[in-house]
Design a protein around this ligand. Structure first.
Ligand SMILES: [Zn+2]
Length: 92
């Protein structure tokens, strides 16, 4: 089971997708990149890789990871252009 989950769908179309994600304390999403632009905004929680209230932008092909080393859940909104899919997500 993945350490993160889709908490809420904002929209999901071919041009772009946007979800609110949650990640449990101690959760990790391993280093990966997308054939897409990804913009994240942290709604709640702060950890090694993500700070509450901050934006993160990853260009197409730019590797990133999520390491929730805190004891609080991490909640963030994620906009992916074009739409996020298994096909355009490459784990390193
Ligand atoms: Zn990503």
């Amino acid at each position: 089971m993945a350490d993160y989950f889709k908490e809420k769908k904002i929209f999901d179309g071919k041009l772009a997708s946007c979800f609110v994600y949650g990640m449990k304390p101690g959760g990790i999403e391993k280093k990966h990149y997308h054939q897409a632009l990804e913009i994240e905004y942290v709604i709640k929680g702060s950890c090694k890789t993500h700070q509450q209230g901050k934006f993160y932008m990853y260009k197409k092909g730019q590797a990133h990871e999520v390491i929730n080393d805190s004891n609080q859940p991490l909640v963030f909104i994620c906009l992916t252009i074009p739409q996020e899919s298994e096909r355009n997500t490459i784990y390193l």
